[in-house]
Design a binder for this molecule. Structure first.
Ligand code: F0G
Length: 465
């Protein structure tokens, strides 16, 4: 069986690159993926989308696209079963004869979070769980596209600096695509789960004695001197893949726009990608209105929040980042200008949350039966603040984007429940408020009576509530 008819005229999804700083348009970029004129980042655009009549004639009308994408759900071919490439009319095309590298990424569930909704003070709350991707984070949706372009360009090596999830994902896609990968990660600052993944998938894993921002600096020099393809989120093809999470979300919502989408912010590639998808879906007539896209950072890694609050978004002053949510321990986010643009275009906002708020929110999401990593939980913590401020109304529909799986960082979870996560830190006093959420394991003799007594204790406590 052929892939479900690519009925659209291929002219309509020819893509080019445009510099977000000076507007230069090109098809070829330097290995550091920065504009040769002004040093800014590129983004993909589709010249064939410019006018509606030719779009419709090319099979890119909204009704035709929605039907085509649904139809592909009946296909078993890799390109159709990928939750990214299923939306390939909105992606750059690979040249004939080049197949995507796919692990059947995307296709992630949308969960209801009733307990979290109650505690946040909203009537209903949904979570799009991007941690349910093949390597357990949202990075896979972008890696399938960018790694496929790396292979098409004939690169033997791909590389990234990472707080752990990009590296795990890149290592997997490089392995699947027959490429070598090199990973630069900050020593001692990423979770064991993520580190173990990149080892298992065969990456050359270098733990540098610096932080994420230091790893980025080193890698930028390496790519100038060695023929390696850069797979950080400065890579515009990564953001194209990542944007499909928003398309899939809207399809799951029957193309009804929610009032709010809330995402964590680190290097700010993901918020940029999701925002780009929202704007493009509006442009193509797939949705009638835009949700407000808001970005939440940890207080200890808040350069974007500060940029907007202190400098009106005109400049970004890097900070020395520190947070237990190691995935977003980033002080100098590369894609801040792109993220700023989409927040402004969608009328979203930014907020920051404390370490205690993050830990508490993560446990609340867990208590709804959904595991996520600490960085993902900033979304719920942020939502609570946005409800208190009146930015999110109780009756608004809101989707949290959970970016990583709960098993990415079990050490955080174990320490939280044992009560020693914040031991010896400046948060130790404040962390007392978390006691009621902690569920330390109970050590008992191998004895029926002991187990029954424990159950009875919990029963009594539950009925006393
Ligand atoms: N959530 C998780 C679980 C992440 O791993 C990251 C980023 C983010 C949120 C923030 O997304 O950077 O696009 O704003 N992780 C990167 C990495 C930096 O190297 O794995 P962002």
């Amino acid at each position: 069986m052929n892939p479900v008819a690519d009925k659209t005229n291929t002219e309509s999804h020819v893509s080019r690159l445009c510099c977000i700083g000076c507007g230069a348009i090109t098809d070829h970029v330097e290995q550091n993926l920065r504009c040769g004129n002004c040093g800014d980042l590129f983004e993909v655009f589709y010249p064939g989308w410019a006018d509606e009549a030719s779009r419709t004639a090319a099979g890119m009308g909204p009704a035709a696209l929605k039907q085509l994408w649904l139809l592909r759900r009946c296909s078993f071919l890799p390109i159709d079963t990928s939750g990214v490439w299923r939306f390939r009319e909105m992606l750059p095309s690979l040249k004939p004869g080049h197949d995507p590298i796919t692990l059947r990424e995307g296709n992630t569930p949308l969960y209801e979070l009733p307990g979290c909704a109650r505690s946040a003070g909203v009537n209903a709350l949904l979570a799009k769980h991007q941690g349910m991707n093949p390597t357990a984070s949202f990075k896979d949706t972008g890696m399938t596209t960018a790694a496929s372009f790396a292979r098409q360009e004939g690169f033997r090596w791909v590389a990234c600096a990472s707080t752990g999830n990009t590296s795990a994902s890149m290592a997997a896609y490089a392995a699947r695509g027959g490429m070598r990968s090199v990973v630069l990660i900050p020593e001692g600052k990423i979770s064991w789960g993520k580190l173990s993944q990149s080892l298992d998938y065969g990456a050359v894993t270098c733990q540098l004695r610096t932080d994420f921002d230091g790893c980025v600096k080193v890698l930028n020099e390496v790519v100038k001197r060695m023929p390696v393809y850069l797979l950080n989120s400065v890579n515009p093809y990564r953001l194209e893949g990542q944007k499909t999470a928003a398309i899939e979300l809207l399809e799951q919502l029957a193309w009804q726009t929610p009032d709010h989408i809330i995402v964590p912010g680190g290097n700010l590639g993901n918020s940029s990608a999701l925002g780009k998808a929202l704007l493009e879906m509006k442009e193509l007539g797939l949705i009638a209105s835009l949700p407000k896209l808001s970005v939440i950072q940890a207080e200890g890694a808040n350069p974007f929040v500060r940029s907007i609050r202190e400098h009106g978004g005109k400049t970004l002053a890097p900070v020395e980042a520190d947070t237990f949510a190691t995935a977003i321990r980033i002080g100098n986010p590369a894609s801040w200008k792109k993220a700023l643009r989409v927040i402004q275009a969608t009328k979203g906002t930014v907020e920051q949350v404390s370490e205690i708020e993050i830990a508490s929110a993560k446990a609340e999401i867990g208590a709804d039966g959904v595991g996520c990593e600490p960085a993902s939980a900033v979304t719920l913590a942020g939502l609570k603040k946005l409800v208190k401020q009146g930015f999110v109304k109780p009756g608004d529909s809101t989707v949290l984007v959970l970016t990583g799986h709960g098993l990415k960082d079990p050490e955080f979870t174990l320490k939280f429940h044992r009560g020693d996560l914040f031991e010896g830190t400046r948060y130790e006093q404040d962390a007392r408020v978390l006691a009621s959420q902690q569920r330390a394991p109970i050590v008992l003799d191998a004895n029926v009576g002991a187990v029954i007594r424990t159950l009875e204790q919990f029963d009594r406590a539950d009925s006393g509530r």
